[in-house]
Every structure is written in structure tokens, then in C-alpha cells.
Design a protein. Structure first.
Length: 458
């Protein structure tokens, strides 16, 4: 039996008051659509179809980024309701040869694969299965109406419901599994005689009741959709809490979960320590026994075992085993600290390698530079890498001692075991073992302060 999923992702999301398509809004490290597509990955599906509309190209690119090039996108040029969206997928041939089709909204980031798989089980022998939940405040949701025997009879949208129907607390969460042929036959019968003037997918439930519609109950927190920014924030809090709880169970120390942010695609090894106000984003990886924070933001950054990173911002950087970073350090893209290297207070590193056990302790800028092993870079050193048009390379060898307040004007090479004198502006290569000093001879003017003040006229 061929199984497919259709993700409804065509809407603009007017309640977001945003130019960005609703399903592209980020939450806890992924887009809303990304969370839904990730939930489908554990399910045995032969095809994933995403119905796009508003900002169709951007939504299609996000779908391919998350689900791979095999995802099928269908353009719903005019958004005339959820029923019309599914009909568009059938008419486009995206569901040809499919026997069973799962339909989920693209704005339900809390959904998990297990309850969706449960709907497939419930649909066997029926024309459809649908997800329902019970809410203390069902405002905004379609209500589930049951017959005297307790079977699902139909779904009524809130705008079309009577006062008695609005009092029902069991609601539809817009997730279904259909026999594809049965759904395809009934979609053409959907009308627009309702408060929204749209083709409601909910209306298909009543049309399929005689052929069997099963209901699968789910806890409210797992199936809530996101319709505005307040609900987006609530969903983000729930997702982050769940991820932090899992890390704690996996053996990660999180000193203050209330101020710690870990994105969905980050990984943290057991025995790592996350101190307060730590933010891990993108594909960041933290290895065992590393200590991160406090007040640190790492994006797409790898930190190896036993390293410490404190009061730091790092983007697309690599911190080697046992290395030390911070405080108040900025590691820009392609900054690489090798084993037991150091980038200390008020140091900025960009597109550079700091070799094993080498140190840039404080107040320095290292750009487009390769530093060997066991080298020390004095305070206030700058590798001057930009001539106004192009970036140039600085190469510093092993066991080098760069004096404080040295300007290294790239392109330049400093050989192994070389020294530079403090306060030097070095414009030529320094041979191995040599000392480079660039200073004018000191001139001392006696009595200068007295002459500067002039005669006392008081």
C-alpha cells in the first residue's frame, strides 16, 4: 500500500501581521514547516507533498532543505480553503498511485510521528481517521459532533456553529488519514456555503461517515496549531523545555534551564556543562566535559572535549579539545582553535587557525592568519589583512613570540622561533629565529612639561 503525506502550507497567516509566510516563521531553531516535516521522517511514507501558495518559491525551498529533493510541491495559486488545497494536490497528479494519504497542517510544530502513525492504524477498514483533542477553551477550533452512539458525525467550524455546538470542547485539529480514492471522489462535492466562503476539508468528514470515520484522541499540547505570534512564543517555550529535559536525562548539566536556549539541530554530549544564559543555535555541537557560558552564544560552532567557552560569541567556528575561549571573545566564521589553544579577553579571530597550545591572550585581532604551535601573541597585536581591496594572508610559525602592540602587515611570514619587538610595525618577512624590531630612536626632551605650561600669570 502506497502511503503519502500532504502538508498544507499555502496560507499567509494574516494574524501574524508579517510579510513572511506563516510556515516560514522560526521557532526553537526550525521553521514551523521544518518541525512538521521533521515529524514525518520517522513515518514510513512513500511520498511527501507540500501545498504552497503565499511566497511559494520560498516555502518550496524550505521544504526541499528539510525533506530533501524528493519532496513534491504543488502550487495552490488561489487559496480557497483546506479542501481546495487537497483537491489541488489530487488534480496536479501529486497523489497518483497513492492508496492512503495523511493530511497535516504546516503550522503544528508540536506534533510527533507516533500519533500520526496511530491515525494510519485507525484508518484501516475505514474511509478516514481524524485527530481530535479536548480543550478547556475551544475558541477558534472546529467542533466534533457525534451521534447518539458516540461515533463522529461531522465537524462544524466555529463561525458556522450554533451556541450549543460551540459549547462542545472536543475539537478537530486538522489532521487526517484518508483512503485516497474515497477522498478524491468526495472532494469535488465540497461547497463554499459557509461563513468563510471556502471549501472546508472538515466537510468531507460528513460525506465519508457512512464508510467509517475513526477518531484518534491526542493530548492538547501535542497538536495545537500556531495562528499568531503569541501562540508561536508558547510553542517555542514548549519545544525548548522538551529539548532541555531530554538533554538533562541524557547526562548534560544545565545550571539554569530558564535562561538556556538550545536549538533543535544542536547536539550536546553527556557531562558537558551549560552555564546560565547560554544560547546554542544552528548545527552547534558540544562535546563531553566542555563548559559553555555564562552569557555565551554559539552558532554552527563545534566545541571539542574539555574546552571552556565563556562570555563569547562564535559563529561557524571550531574550538579544539581543551582550548580556552573568553571572556568577551568573538570567533567569526572559519576561526579554528586547535587543541589547548587560547583566545582570551577581547580577542577577535576570523578565517584563521590558532595552532596547538598557541595563545592569543588579550586585546588582539587575528584575521586571515595561520599560527603554528606553542606560539604566544602579545596584547594588542593586529594582523593587518586588508589593503582596501583584497584580504592577505599572515603566516606565523611554531614557538614564535609576538611582542605587545605589534602590527603585522600582510602578506607576511614569521618563521619558527622568531620574535618581534613590542610596538613594532612589521612589513617584511621575519626569518626563523630572528628578532624584528621597527621603532624610531627614543628622543627625550627635558623640561618639556614646564615649557608647555608657560609662565605663571596668576
Amino acid at each position: 500500500m502506497t502511503r503519502a503525506a500532504v502538508v498544507l502550507a499555502a496560507g499567509k497567516g494574516t494574524r501574524f501581521r508579517s510579510d513572511l509566510a506563516k510556515v516560514l516563521h522560526p521557532v526553537a531553531g526550525r521553521s514551523l514547516l521544518g518541525w512538521v516535516l521533521s515529524a514525518l521522517q520517522p513515518i514510513d511514507l512513500d511520498r511527501v507533498v507540500v501545498v504552497v501558495g503565499h511566497q511559494a518559491d520560498d516555502v518550496a525551498r524550505e521544504a526541499a532543505r528539510v525533506a530533501g529533493d524528493g519532496v513534491v510541491t504543488v502550487h495552490q495559486a488561489e487559496q480557497r480553503g483546506t479542501g481546495h488545497a487537497l483537491r489541488t494536490a489530487f488534480e496536479a497528479g501529486a497523489l497518483d498511485g497513492v492508496h492512503t494519504v495523511l493530511v497535516v497542517p504546516g503550522d503544528a510544530p508540536l506534533v510527533a510521528g507516533a500519533p500520526l502513525e496511530a491515525m494510519f492504524d485507525a484508518q484501516r477498514g475505514n474511509a478516514a481517521a481524524m485527530m481530535t483533542t479536548v480543550l478547556d477553551d475551544p475558541t477558534g477550533y472546529g467542533r466534533i459532533l457525534r451521534d447518539r452512539a458516540g461515533a463522529v458525525a461531522r465537524v462544524v467550524e466555529e463561525a458556522d456553529a450554533t451556541p450549543d455546538e460551540r459549547a462542545v470542547r472536543e475539537v478537530n485539529v486538522s489532521m487526517y488519514v484518508f483512503d485516497a480514492a474515497a477522498a478524491d471522489r468526495q472532494l469535488s462535492r465540497l461547497g463554499t456555503h459557509n461563513a468563510q466562503g471556502e471549501e472546508y476539508l472538515t466537510d468531507i468528514v460528513e460525506l465519508l461517515v457512512d464508510d467509517g470515520v475513526a477518531a484518534v484522541a491526542a493530548p492538547p499540547h501535542s497538536v495545537r496549531g500556531v495562528n499568531d505570534r503569541e501562540q508561536l512564543a508558547q510553542a517555542g517555550a514548549a519545544l525548548r523545555s522538551a529539548m532541555l529535559s531530554q538533554l538533562l536525562r541524557d547526562g548534560v548539566t544545565i545550571v539554569d534551564p530558564a535562561t538556556t536556549y538550545v536549538g533543535a539541530d544542536c547536539t550536546v554530549a553527556p557531562d558537558a556543562v551549560l552555564l546560565p544564559s547560554t544560547h546554542l543555535e544552528g548545527a552547534t555541537h558540544i562535546a563531553e566535559r566542555a563548559v559553555i557560558g555564562p552569557s555565551t552564544r554559539l552558532v554552527d560552532t563545534t566545541v571539542d572535549a574539555d574546552a571552556t567557552v565563556t562570555f563569547t560569541v562564535a559563529v561557524s567556528a571550531v574550538v579544539g579539545a581543551g582550548a580556552q575561549v573568553g571572556p568577551f571573545t568573538y570567533l567569526r566564521p572559519d576561526a579554528q582553535l586547535a587543541e589547548r589553544a587560547k583566545a582570551g579577553a577581547f580577542v577577535e579571530v576570523k578565517q584563521s587557525v590558532v595552532g596547538p597550545r598557541s595563545k592569543v591572550p588579550h586585546l588582539s585581532y587575528i584575521g586571515n592568519t595561520v599560527i603554528g604551535s606553542d606560539t604566544n601573541i602579545g596584547a594588542a597585536t593586529v594582523t593587518v589583512n586588508y589593503d582596501g581591496r583584497r584580504k592577505h594572508q599572515t603566516t606565523i610559525g611554531d614557538r614564535v613570540r609576538i611582542g605587545a602592540d605589534t602590527m603585522l602587515i600582510a602578506p607576511i611570514k614569521v618563521g619558527d622561533d622568531a620574535y618581534t619587538g613590542a610596538g613594532s610595525v612589521v612589513t617584511s618577512d621575519v626569518p626563523a629565529g630572528a628578532l624584528a624590531v621597527e621603532r624610531t630612536e627614543q628622543r627625550t626632551i627635558e623640561g618639556y612639561a614646564e615649557r608647555k605650561r608657560g609662565p605663571d600669570t596668576s
